[in-house]
Design a protein around this ligand. Structure first.
Ligand SMILES: N[C@@H](CCC(=O)N[C@@H](CS)C(=O)NCC(=O)O)C(=O)O
Length: 204
């Protein structure tokens, strides 16, 4: 199996962390989506990463499908709980964390356009999704040790990925420690876990 990814993609990082936690060996191929000859659209018509190319040439996307597949591939340390209630709590955390990523990326893309073409109301709308999403995640986490059912899961992984991405792109604008202290605490406590430390995005 081969994963098409980039070092800064939070969705691809989620897959890399899950593969490491599950001890599933995957070849990694870094891609540059902006390259004219980038092969991603041949494997994912949406032209997005991550894409997992299976040994028979079939491909899987998006990241939530890939992590579900990897989690079911081996019974070793399930990251998506078997119990239905916890399973859908974990999936909701993942959806919200990924949705916050989507909004953060939308802000970054807009801010990279020439200043006179940027739409401040679009930026504000997307940024308010980031802030509302983080607030709900922070409140849901409360003083708990992990996001769901007192156990390390895909929810914690998705959280670490969105926080890593927002830190990379927006740094102190996020004000994580003061505004979302519960998220900051869990993020710090997971930082030295090998699967997480080894996939940290490079500072721009
Ligand atoms: N929902 C998708 C999102 C994937 C995504 O947006 N990836 C970004 C890179 S971080 C991308 O490929 N962007 C290129 C594009 O949107 O054309 C997933 O979870 O895999």
């Amino acid at each position: 199996m081969k994963l098409l990814y980039s070092l800064t993609s939070p969705y691809a990082r989620k897959v890399r962390i899950v593969a490491a936690e599950k001890r599933i060996a995957i070849d990694l191929e870094q891609v540059v989506l902006a390259d004219a000859n980038c092969t991603v659209p041949q494997h994912n018509p949406l032209g997005k990463i991550p894409v997992l190319i299976m040994d028979d040439g079939e491909s899987l996307y998006d990241s939530s499908v890939i992590v579900d597949y990897l989690d079911q591939r081996t019974p070793v340390s399930h990251l998506i709980p078997q119990d239905t209630k916890s399973k859908f709590q974990v999936k909701r955390w993942e959806s919200l964390a990924d949705g916050v990523c989507d909004a953060g990326i939308a802000v970054m893309v807009e801010q990279r356009r020439p200043e006179n073409l940027q739409d401040p109301s679009w930026i504000n709308k997307q940024w308010s999704k980031v802030e509302r999403g983080l607030q709900v995640l922070n409140d849901d986490l409360g003083q708990n040790r992990f996001c769901v059912a007192d156990t390390f899961s895909l929810a914690d992984i998705a959280l670490v990925c969105v926080l890593g991405y927002l830190d990379l792109r927006f740094g102190s604008k996020l004000d994580l420690d003061d505004r979302y202290p519960n998220l900051a605490r869990l993020n710090a406590s997971l930082a030295s876990r090998p699967s997480i430390a080894e996939t940290e995005p490079p500072k721009a």
